[in-house]
Every structure is written in C-alpha cells, then in structure tokens.
Design a protein around this ligand. Structure first.
Ligand SMILES: Cc1ncc(COP(=O)(O)O)c(C=O)c1O
Length: 325
C-alpha cells in the first residue's frame, strides 16, 4: 500500500512495433497519477521548495503551463494542501482546463502563446506573493527525471544496453535529466531530441509557429543541456497525430501529439541502428505467453539495438481536438 498518491509516480516501459533488427520501447507516462510525465517534476519542485523552506502547505503557488505541469502540480497541491493558480494559453485543449478545475486549481487563460502565459504568471507572482516554481528554470525539473525516469528505465531494461534515448523537448527536463542518468551507464548512447517541424528552434535556432501541446516552446530553455544532444529530429504535427492514431488502433496505446512525434523519431533512429542480420527474437504470438513474459524488452535480445523513448501523456487529453476522428 502507498502512503500517498504521490508515492504512486512511475510508469511501465513497453515495447512498441519496431523495425527488423532493433527494439523500440516507450515509457508510457499516462500511468502516472496525474496522467503525464509532469507528475515527476511537479512532485520534485514542490519537495525541493519545501526543503529550502520557501513554501509550506497553505501557501499559494502560480505556474504558467500548457497543461500537463499544471495538472501534475494540481495533484501535488491537492495532496499537500497548497492553493494553486495555473496560467495557460487559451488555445490549449479544454480537457486540460477541466482537469485542473477538478483538482481544485484556479485557471487563468491568456491570449497568445506560452511566452504570454509566462509574463502573466510573473505579474501575478509579483502582485500577490504567490510562489512560482518555474518549470523552465527550476533544476528540480531535471532532477526529477534524473532521479526517477532514468533509474526506472535502467531497472526495466534489466541489464540490456540502451543504444539511443529519444525524447520530445519542451522545458528540456525529460531529455536532460533522463539522458544524463542513462549516459552514466551507457556513455556511448545517442541522445536524440524531438521538436516540431514547424518550430525547429533546436535544429535551426529560428522559432516558428506550431500547434503541438507541450513540446516546442519556441525557445531553448536554460535547463536543456544541448551538449548532451547528438542530433535533433523534427516531426510535422500531421505525422505525429497520424502516428498517435496508429498507436491507439494497432497497438492499444492511447497517447498524445508529442508521443506520436517521439514514436516517429524513435522509429527513424531504430531504422538507422537496426541490424537485421542479428535475427532479434520475435515478440511471442500467444497472448498467454506474451502476458507471462516479463515485458519482452530484455529476454534474449542482448545484441539487438535498443531505442528507448518517452510517451509523455495520454490521448484522452486530446479527444476534443478531433485528432482521433
Ligand atoms: C505533452 C508533452 N510532451 C512533451 C513535453 C516536454 O517535456 P519536457 O518539458 O520535459 O521537455 C511536455 C512538457 O510539458 C508535454 O506536456
């Protein structure tokens, strides 16, 4: 039994359809209590601020977020007894707003982009004394992934070498924290960032306009350690959404836009690293055998190139956008 819902943070690593001669496995982060990878930094940022004596239960927190960090913070705020105001662009999906309210958070919508939401949150913090945790600058965001996502992956691959880690970039917390931890075990591992084709700021230095929720903030945050990156893959929103539909319909994995993009990019990397001559074992065909196996990522696959990626949130968060119709 867990002492608190906050102890239930964690997710499975699941093999997805992979090219011949390679394995692609994804952390399915919708398994977290608030339904996304952002429960990790939310919990860590609040814990770090409590440790530093900056906040205590009863205080008000304010955060600009495109949604998932807000929902993660709303879970933590509810469980720990904080008041919370979330500032988000009005363009983000209504499911996000409704979820925030369900957890008891206050929501303020702003016209424009994430940069506008950040300005408004700064103003609110200055006016009201509410504490801003600052997911784009807060080292606890990276630390959360270094301390949880990375170690979980290491345990879940059960000794198998990881050849590449592929992750969508928003604040950069996931790719920097997880990448750093995995590189300590596998120094030769490639780290591949994923960003919107329409807003390729990491690959070109030029920001653009995109309709992704959560990835591609239009700037490179200070948290993103670009020295860790071996390459950047860009994925068009249309292709990411088509891949999310395919994952739902063909694999039973319901994920959002950035997960679709991560999946497309991870497959590209796996195709490049694949060694078809190795004859990697097949996934068991019998359901009984499949369920009895311990995940299938490690058994008998020692030499097979392994690409690990992260699916940050669930497709349920995008139903109103029509992306699954
Ligand atoms: C749906 C989604 N995908 C990807 C990301 C990017 O993750 P990170 O901020 O750790 O770079 C986020 C971050 O908010 C997100 O909400």
């Amino acid at each position: 039994m867990k002492e608190s819902i906050l102890d239930a943070v964690g997710s499975p690593l699941v093999r997805v359809t992979s090219p011949e001669g390679a394995t692609v496995a994804a952390k399915v982060e919708s398994f977290n209590p608030g339904g996304s990878a952002k429960d990790r930094p939310a919990r860590e940022m609040v814990a770090a601020a409590e440790r530093a004596g900056e906040i205590s239960p009863g205080d008000r927190l304010v955060e600009p977020t495109s949604g998932n960090t807000g929902i993660g913070l709303a879970v933590v705020a509810a469980a720990r007894g904080y008041d919370l105001t979330i500032v988000m662009p009005a363009s983000k999906s209504p499911e996000r707003r409704q979820l925030l309210k369900a957890y008891g958070a206050e929501v303020e919508l702003v016209d424009g982009k994430m940069t506008d939401a950040r300005e408004r949150a700064d103003a609110l913090a200055a006016e009201t004394g509410a504490v801003q945790l600052g997911q784009f600058e807060n080292p606890a965001n990276v630390e959360a992934h270094y301390r949880t996502t990375g170690p979980e992956i290491l345990e879940q691959v059960e000794g198998r070498e990881i050849d590449a880690f592929v992750a969508a970039v928003g604040t950069g917390g996931t790719i920097t924290g997880t990448g750093k931890r995995l590189l300590e075990e596998f120094p030769e591992m490639e780290v591949v960032a994923v960003e919107p084709e329409e807003n390729p700021v990491l690959s070109t230095g030029e920001a653009g306009d995109d309709d992704y929720q959560g990835m591609g903030p239009g700037f490179v945050s200070d948290l993103t350690d670009t020295d860790l990156l071996d390459s950047v893959e860009t994925v068009a929103l249309e292709d990411a959404e088509a891949e999310a539909r395919r994952l739902a319909r063909e694999e039973g994995i319901l994920v959002g836009q950035s997960s679709g993009a991560a999946s497309v990019a991870a497959r590209r990397v796996a195709e490049r690293l694949a060694q078809p001559e190795l004859n990697c074992p097949e996934v068991p065909e019998e359901l009984g055998e499949l369920v009895a196996s311990d995940g299938g990522v490690s058994d008998g696959y020692d030499d097979c190139p392994l690409v690990v990626t992260v699916f940050p949130d669930s497709g349920e968060r995008y139903l109103s956008t029509g992306m699954f119709e």
